[in-house]
Write a protein that binds this ligand. Structure first.
Ligand code: G3H
Ligand code: 13P
Ligand code: ZN
Length: 315
């Protein structure tokens, strides 16, 4: 069942965070639904601009509709990840998305406010909620690379002003994480002090943490041993998710870790079975491994076991 993102936030606020997982294909979709049901968790499916154009924007919508029928017990929201204004409007008008993210964080403060406000107006007119971003994460997203030294943490005073002026429903904050598999390459740490200041100014308001993959070292080693080259890859300590949730983070974005599972499964499979050319053989292993990964992640987020509580609250 597709539900409004804000409904999930209201129920989670201060207690746990909802996992927001990116999908690009059929195998990820199946693994995602299975993993969330195995761990009894509500979740958010994220679709990036790149994912929309990988095949066709309708393709992922169809996969999600099919999964909703195959797994009627699932409760989830569908969210556009890192949208520009045009993509947000397209998603709002499609009537399929629960929420959109307008990412104008690379613009100056006033321009970010102006763009975000336009998207909020269009979205709210259709009953769709909006995530915006203030501050800048490091890493690569949509082919734009921001070095960690160029990344800008969210200013807590500006965060309050930004939310008041734009009317956005949740805010992605930059508190030290970065996109991709190479986080904390310098002396950066997760800045709970900044997060606490933001929460003080915006009590009860849902915050979002992007760039939250953990980049498990065991996964990196297995990939490297199977011919990969991800030396120095590092991520966020998943044991910190619950503290972030207590400080107002209700949505935690994870994409890279899923890509690592995919890479490890396929590299190991073809190394061990050089004679194989049936894509379904590694695909089956991936779906099972991805489901296991999602279930473990939900334990760390605190969303595991919350599905029935959410169902009761929604009925
Ligand atoms: O933050 C970006 C997400 O990981 C999506 O990545 O734009 O390559 O689909 P993508
Ligand atoms: P990771 O690269 O850490 O998985 O972050 C994903 C993300 O923020 C998607 O918006
Ligand atoms: Zn992101």
């Amino acid at each position: 069942m597709i539900v409004p993102t804000t409904k999930l936030f209201e129920l989670a606020y201060g207690k746990y965070a909802i996992g927001a997982y990116n999908i690009n294909n059929l195998e990820q979709t199946m693994g995602l639904f299975r993993g969330n049901l195995e761990s009894s968790a509500p979740f958010i499916i994220q679709i990036s601009k790149g994912a929309r154009s990988y095949t066709h924007k309708k393709m992922l919508e169809s996969l999600i509709r099919a999964a909703d029928e195959i797994f009627p017990e699932a409760i989830f929201a569908v969210h556009l990840d890192h949208g520009d204004e045009a993509t947000c409007l397209d998603c709002i008008n499609s009537g399929f998305y629960s929420s959109v993210m307008i990412d104008a964080s690379h613009e100056d403060f006033e321009t970010n406010i102006a763009i975000t406000r336009r998207v909020v107006e269009a979205a709210h007119a259709r009953g769709i909620v909006v995530e915006a971003e203030l501050g800048q994460l490091g890493g690569v997203e949509e082919h734009v690379k921001v070095s960690e030294s160029e990344a800008k943490l969210t200013n807590p005073d500006q965060a309050k002003e930004f939310v008041e002026q734009t009317g956005c429903d949740s805010l992605a904050v930059a508190i030290g994480t970065s996109h991709g598999a190479f986080k904390f390459t310098g002396d950066q740490v997760l800045r709970f002090d900044v997060l606490a200041e933001i929460q003080k100014r915006l009590p009860g308001y849902p915050l979002v943490m992007h760039g939250s993959s953990s980049v498990p070292q065991e996964e990196v080693e297995r990939i490297n041993q199977a011919g990969g080259n991800l030396k120095g890859a590092k991520g966020v300590d998943a044991d910190q998710f619950k503290r972030a949730a207590e400080l107002g983070v209700t949505k935690i974005n994870i994409d890279t870790d899923g890509r690592l599972v995919w890479t490890r499964v396929h590299r190991e499979h073809f190394l061990e079975h050089p004679e194989n050319f049936d894509l379904r053989a590694p695909g089956k292993v991936f779906m099972a491994e991805y489901a296991k990964f999602i279930a473990q992640k939900n334990e760390k987020l605190g969303s595991a076991g919350k599905l029935e509580e959410v169902r009761r609250a929604l009925s």
